[in-house]
Write a protein of this length. Sequence first.
Length: 105
Amino acid sequence: MTQKFRTGVILATLGVMVYYLVAFVMGLFGGTAPLIFDTGTWGIVFSVVIIFIATLNLILDYDFIQTLVQRGAPKKLEWYAAFGLIVTLLWLYVEALRLLAKTRQ
């Protein structure tokens, strides 16, 4: 796995995080951010892109676990790697459910 790939995935993830943070702040003041809950074509495309980014994060998680095993990392890092993997799987699951909800409306 190349450093450019890692950097690209991390930047895409940070972009999604910033967008969700802005949407959260807008929600506190009564507004809604476009695309997150839209059921139109662009809302569905947005959900597919987010699922793709979450899948790329899953690849990064597996690469991190493989690197830990190859380097003989201490046992306490197993929890760190497992937590990262669970968070990514949960994010992927929630986004898949959000996509299914958009396509049913």
